[in-house]
Design a protein around this ligand. Structure first.
Ligand code: PRX
Length: 626
C-alpha cells in the first residue's frame, strides 16, 4: 500500500466511523472517569466530545510520565536574550507545577476561575499554564508583545482573578518593562482589578510590591513541598481561552475544552507530526499564540517528549542559533513560521550547513502562506522534508496537512496537502454555497461537527460563536474565512483570507482594533487599516486616516507610536497616509479591498457602488507622492 492509499483509508475511517475512530484515539490519554459516549451533538453546532468523562490535563502532561520519564527533560529553556540554558526534568516540572498550583489556590483561585498569563518565554510561563489546568482554572495567555489596550480588552472579557506576569521581557537584547504596560492597561479595565503575581527576573532592580501584588519566587519558596492533587474535570470543562482577531468587534475568546483538546493534541503528534515519546521538539513560536499553546506546550508534553522553549530571535546572536540548538539537543522535529525561514534565507545557507542536523526528521511550517520559492529553498538546503500545514487558532491543530506519522505523501510546493482526519472540508462558491470544481477558487468550509480539540464556543458568548462561524449559508457549515483551491490530485492551495484579517509574520491582527486606536487621536476622524504584501513578513499594516478639521494635524510618527503603545509593535503600520476621505459604498461601508489594491499598486477595480469616486484619486495621489 502506498502512503496515499494509507492516508485515504485513515481519513475515510475518520469520516465514516467517526465515533469508533475517536474512541480509538482517546486511548492515548488517561481518563479519571472513562466515557460511555464519544460524542454528544444534540445542539449543533456545539459538539461535546467524550461528554460523560472526566480527566485532568496536567496529570496527562506531567504526572503521567513520572514513573517512566521522571529524569528525562520535559522542558529545555534556551534564552539567547539572557544567555542561559536550563534543563528541566519531568520530576522538576512536577514539583514546580505543584508549588505554583498551591500559590494560585492561596491567592484565592478555584476551579473555573480565569488566570491571565502575560509573560515572556520563560519556564515560569509554562509552569503557570500547567498549574492552572491542574486545579481546573482556565488560563488565558496574552502574547508578551501586546501592549496596554490589547491587554485591557482581554482582561475586561475574561475577568481574571489573577494575572501572572514578569517584571521584564527581553527582545533583541533590549529590556521591555511589563509593569508600566500592565498599569496602563488597568486604567482601561472596567472590571474588578485582579491580583498580580510577578516573576522578578533580576534584570532590573526589583520594584517594591504594591497592594495586591505578590512575588513569584517568594510564594513558590513558601510552598516548596506542596502536593496538590490534579482536579478531575468534565471533558467539556474549558482548559483555556485564547483571544484572536476577526473582522468585527473586539477579539474573540476562543474557548477550548479539556478532553477533546488532550486527545487531539496527542493524536496529532502521532499521525501528523510524527513525534514519539522521549524525542525532542523545537517550535520557534511564542506561547502567546496557538502554535505555542499546541506545539510548544501541550502536544509535546502529552506525548512524553522534550520540548524546547526558546527565548530570543532566530538570527541573534547569529542566524545559526536554531540549527545549533538542533545539533546540541538532537532535535527530531522542528516547527516554525514561513517568515522565520524567509528571514534565514536572506542570511544564506551556510549558517545551516555548519551544523550536524542528522537528528532532524521534519521541519513543519504554518501560520501563513508558504511561498513555493521559500519551500524549495529550505527543502534543498536542509536536504530534508519540509511540511506545510494549514490551521487556525479556532481549530488548534491542522485542517490540512501531509501526515508524516502515516508516511509522507508526495510534497507539492505551495500546498499544505490534504484534509487532516476528522475535518470534512468543502470548497464552495462564496455567494451560492455550491461546491466549486477542481482548480476553481472557493471558500474553505468545514461540515460540522468539528473534530475534538476545535473551539467549543466563544468565551461567554455562544451566539457570537454561531453568528461568526456558522451563519454564512443556509446549511450549517463552519467558515474558515480562507479561500482555497483543490487541484486534480486533491491537493489544496490556500489563497488568502476572505475577511479583513491581516497576517503579519504569521501573527493574526484585526483591522478594526488598529482603526479604533487611530481614532482615539483627537485629530483623527476616520481610519482604515489594510494588509499589504511584504516580501519578508507576508503582509504589513498600512493605514489611511482622515484628519478632522479641528486641531493640529497628527504626525505620521505620532500615530505609529500610538498603535505600538496600545496594541504592540507587531501592529505598527509601515505607512500612514493622511487623506481627505475614504472610499465607501452608498450604504457607508468602507471599501477596504479597493484601498488595499491601491496600496499594493493594483487597480481598485470597477466600483459601481462607490459614493464619491474622487476620494480614490486622492488616495492614489497620496501613495504616489510618498
Ligand atoms: O489565513 C490562514 C493563515 O493563518 C490563519 C490562522 O491564523 P491563526 O489563527 O494565527 O492560526 C495559526 C495556526 C497555524 C488562517 O486562517 N494560515 C495558517 N496556516 C497557513 C495559512 N495560510 C496559508 N498556508 C498555511 N499553511
Amino acid at each position: 500500500m502506498n502512503t496515499r492509499e494509507k492516508y485515504e483509508i485513515f481519513y475515510r475511517s475518520s469520516m465514516e466511523n467517526r465515533e469508533e475512530f475517536w474512541k480509538e484515539q482517546a486511548r492515548l490519554i488517561d481518563w479519571e472517569t472513562p466515557f460511555t459516549r464519544v460524542l454528544d451533538y444534540h445542539t449543533p453546532p456545539f459538539a461535546h466530545w467524550y461528554p460523560d468523562a472526566t480527566l485532568n490535563l496536567c496529570h496527562n502532561t506531567v504526572d503521567r510520565h513520572l514513573a517512566e520519564r521522571g529524569d528525562q527533560n520535559a522542558l529545555i529553556w534556551v534564552s539567547t536574550e539572557v544567555e542561559k540554558t536550563l534543563e528541566i526534568t519531568y520530576r522538576q516540572l512536577h514539583a514546580w507545577v505543584n508549588q505554583a498550583a498551591a500559590v494560585f489556590m492561596q491567592m484565592g483561585v478555584t476551579r473555573g476561575d480565569r488566570i491571565l498569563i502575560y509573560m515572556p518565554m520563560i519556564p515560569q510561563a509554562v509552569v503557570a499554564m500547567l498549574a492552572c489546568v491542574r486545579i481546573g482554572a482556565i488560563h488565558s495567555v496574552v502574547f508578551g508583545g501586546f501592549a496596554a489596550h490589547a491587554l485591557a480588552s482581554r482582561i475586561n472579557d475574561a475577568t481574571p482573578k489573577l494575572i501572572v506576569t514578569a517584571d521584564t521581557g527581553m527582545r533583541g537584547g533590549k529590556i521591555v518593562a511589563y509593569k508600566p504596560l500592565l498599569q496602563a492597561s488597568f486604567h482601561q479595565v472596567k472590571v474588578a482589578k485582579p491580583k498580580v503575581l510577578i516573576v522578578h527576573r533580576g534584570l532590573v532592580p526589583a520594584a517594591p510590591l504594591g497592594p495586591d501584588e505578590w512575588d513569584w519566587d517568594r510564594e513558590m519558596d513558601r510552598n516548596l513541598h506542596a502536593q496538590i492533587p490534579p482536579v478531575a474535570v468534565p471533558s467539556n470543562h474549558p482548559s483555556y481561552i485564547l483571544y484572536t482577531s476577526g473582522t468585527t468587534g473586539t477579539p474573540k475568546g476562543v474557548q477550548r475544552d479539556t478532553g477533546g483538546h488532550a486527545v487531539s493534541m496527542r493524536a496529532s503528534m502521532k499521525h501528523i507530526y510524527d513525534l514519539r515519546p522521549g524525542e525532542v521538539m523545537l517550535t520557534g513560536s511564542d506561547i502567546g499564540w496557538v502554535v505555542g499553546h499546541s506545539y510548544i506546550v501541550y502536544a509535546p508534553l502529552l506525548t512524553g517528549a522534550t520540548t524546547i522553549l526558546y527565548e530570543g530571535l532566530p538570527i541573534r546572536p547569529d542566524p545559526g542559533i536554531w540549527w545549533s540548538i538542533v545539533e546540541k539537543f538532537k532535535v527530531n522535529i522542528m516547527f516554525t513560521s514561513p517568515t522565520a525561514i524567509r528571514l534565514l534565507k536572506k542570511t544564506g545557507a551556510d549558517w545551516i550547513h555548519r551544523y550536524n542536523l542528522s537528528s532532524l526528521r521534519y521541519l513543519f511550517l504554518a501560520g501563513e502562506p508558504l511561498d513555493r520559492e521559500t519551500h524549495r529553498w529550505i527543502a534543498s538546503t536542509l536536504k530534508g522534508q519540509v511540511i506545510d500545514n494549514y490551521w487556525q487558532t479556532e481549530t488548534g491543530w491542522p485542517i490540512l496537512a501531509n501526515h508524516a506519522g502515516l508516511g509522507l505523501m508526495d510534497i507539492k510546493f505551495g500546498s499544505p496537502t490534504v484534509p487532516a482526519y476528522g475535518f470534512d472540508v468543502h470548497l464552495v462558491d462564496e455567494i451560492t454555497g455550491e461546491p466549486v470544481k477542481a482548480n476553481e477558487k472557493g471558500s474553505l468550509m468545514i461540515k460540522p461537527p468539528l473534530p475534538p480539540g476545535c473551539m467549543t464556543t466563544v468565551w461567554g458568548n455562544d451566539q457570537r460563536f454561531v453568528d461568526t462561524y456558522y451563519s454564512r449559508f443556509k446549511t450549517l457549515m463552519y467558515a474558515t474565512f480562507d479561500y482555497a483551491m483543490r487541484d486534480d490530485d486533491g491537493y489544496y492551495f490556500i489563497m488568502g483570507r476572505d475577511d479583513d484579517v491581516i497576517n503579519v509574520a504569521g501573527h493574526r491582527l484585526g483591522t478594526r482594533e488598529i482603526e479604533e486606536i487611530l481614532c482615539t487621536h483627537p485629530s483623527v476622524a476616520e481610519a482604515a487599516a489594510v494588509g499589504v504584501k511584504d516580501e519578508l513578513k507576508g503582509q504589513e499594516v498600512v493605514a489611511f486616516v482622515v484628519v478632522s478639521k479641528e486641531g493640529k494635524p497628527p504626525g505620521e510618527q505620532e500615530l505609529k507610536d500610538l498603535v505600538s503603545h496600545e496594541i504592540g509593535a507587531i501592529a505598527r503600520p509601515r505607512d500612514i497616509y493622511m487623506v481627505a476621505g475614504l472610499p465607501k459604498t452608498r450604504s457607508g461601508k468602507v471599501l477596504r479591498r479597493s484601498i488595499q489594491a491601491m496600496a499594493e499598486g493594483r487597480d481598485p477595480g470597477d466600483l459601481p457602488t462607490i459614493d464619491d469616486a474622487a476620494v480614490l484619486d486622492q488616495i492614489k495621489e497620496a501613495i504616489e507622492n510618498k
